[in-house]
Design a protein around this ligand. Structure first.
Ligand code: GRF
Length: 206
């Protein structure tokens, strides 16, 4: 196992509870990493405040300040390259990343999504799960590709759906699992403990 400290970037747009779980794992030395930068495309995202509270560099990148999506993506790549990040973690980041961004960080961009993909990608997955009537849902950490929540799956965690669940109660149950799953997946990526066979991602045997 490599012993150096890895550099993470976390991209956010909202409240940042997954960011908090990552920060907590680092502070408890469960993740051999440092948070090089947190970037938000939403100025008032509480995630930025969380980063500041922990002395982590936090950046608001205003999409309106750029001529278009590509210019925004290029600026983001530049920011992350400046920091020499090893892994880019999307945590509630609400923008689709374009090809130039994906090509700049091959197999180095991951996302967490609150459903058992490929079921219920995109917006409101917990509502989609309830409306569909599934008995189990959960969360997925996956590599990011050009599609919506469509990249190769790294880890998943399952939760039951109860008869009296509403969007809020199911979201909370899934969120608790997200906070455990994301740091585990990040660790596997950073420590190079994954191997690939087409779309399938396996944990290397020790
Ligand atoms: C999480 O449910 C995550 O799976 C999804 O967006 C939500 C972000 O929540 N991609 P938070 O900002 O981490 O609290």
């Amino acid at each position: 196992m490599e012993s150096r400290e890895f550099k993470l970037a976390v991209l956010v747009s909202g409240r940042g509870t997954n960011l908090q779980a990552i920060i907590d794992s680092i502070e408890k030395s469960e993740l051999p990493a440092m948070l090089a930068v947190v970037v938000s495309d939403v100025e008032e995202a509480f995630a930025l405040e969380r980063a500041r509270q922990h002395g982590i560099e936090s950046v608001f990148l205003d999409p309106k300040a750029f001529s278009g999506k590509e210019a925004f993506d290029r600026a983001l790549v530049e920011r992350l390259r400046e920091k020499s990040v090893d892994l880019v973690c999307l945590a509630g980041f609400m923008r689709l990343l374009g090809k130039p961004f994906l090509e700049a960080f091959p197999r180095k961009i991951i996302n967490i999504h609150p459903s058992l993909l490929p079921a219920f990608p995109g917006l409101h997955p917990q509502r989609q799960a309830l409306e569909h009537g599934v008995k189990f849902s959960g969360c997925t950490v996956h590599f990011v590709d050009e599609g919506v929540d469509s990249g190769p799956i790294i880890l998943q965690s399952v939760v039951p759906v109860y008869d009296d669940d509403d969007v809020e109660s199911l979201s909370q149950r899934i969120l608790q699992e997200e906070h455990l799953l994301y740091p585990r997946a990040i660790r596997l990526c950073l420590e190079n403990r994954l191997e690939f066979s087409g779309r399938r991602v396996f944990q290397k045997k020790d």
